[in-house]
Design a protein around this ligand. Structure first.
Ligand code: FES
Length: 221
């Protein structure tokens, strides 16, 4: 708009005299409005900038906190696990089976050594204090990472003898992915695609019935 033209929005009628009236915003009012707008816009950009700086900073902190929590040892109360049954705890995002073997189950471990790929746990899939016949600290209580050593599926518990696993089955675990079989100490049966025994994690007992998975400083120390 040139200086000598009048915008129709600037024309109104006086309600008393019915004469046309021109209205203009004062320059100082316009400038103030511009200033207010610029201040608001600058503040908004500043806030966005601060958020953009803060997000990577927070992002760099959270994973380490999460990793710390995820890698921490896990305490488990084993007092309620009935003989012949098991529970699953989670440690470092992995399932850890805690199996309360009956005396009969524990005794059966020695009866099928000839059918196992590594009956004496020569492959270091367990801490030194679990390189024994039961692969555990207490003979009846097994602690095993429930991840198949073939391609990482989680095997299904088949704790009881016989059943759909056949009359010679004395209890253990079956991996449905490709058919690996493990006994109640996590030892792999010959002929399974899984090449080695299941992992025994580091652990120790804090009390008679409290297990600490992921920390064996007391045992090792
Ligand atoms: S992942 Fe268990 S048998 Fe293949």
């Amino acid at each position: 708009m040139s200086d000598n033209k009048i915008d129709k929005d600037q024309v109104s009628k006086d309600p008393v005299s019915n004469e046309q009236v021109l209205s203009f915003s004062s320059p100082s009012k316009v400038n103030q409005e511009k200033r207010n707008f610029l201040i608001a816009a600058t503040a908004g950009v500043g806030a966005l900038g601060a958020a953009a700086v803060a997000v990577p900073f927070v992002g760099s902190m959270l994973p380490s906190e999460r990793a710390k929590a995820a890698g921490a040892p896990v305490e488990v109360d084993v007092s309620k696990i009935q003989p012949g049954s098991m529970i699953t705890a989670e440690w470092r995002g992995k399932p850890v089976w805690i199996i309360n073997r009956t005396d009969e189950m524990t005794a059966d471990l020695a009866k099928h050594n000839d059918q196992l790929s590594d009956p004496n746990s020569e492959v270091p899939q367990q801490p030194a204090y679990c390189k024994n016949a039961s692969r555990s600290i207490k003979p009846n209580l097994a602690v095993v990472v429930g991840i198949c050593t073939h391609l990482g599926c989680s095997p299904t518990e088949k704790l009881q003898a016989g059943g759909d696993m056949g009359e010679n089955w004395t209890g253990g675990f079956f991996c449905p992915c490709h058919g690996s079989r493990f006994d109640l100490a996590g030892r792999v049966f010959k002929g399974s695609p899984a090449p080695i025994n299941l992992v025994i994690p580091p652990y120790q007992y804090l009390t008679e019935t409290t297990l600490l998975i992921g920390d064996d400083t007391k045992v090792e120390g």
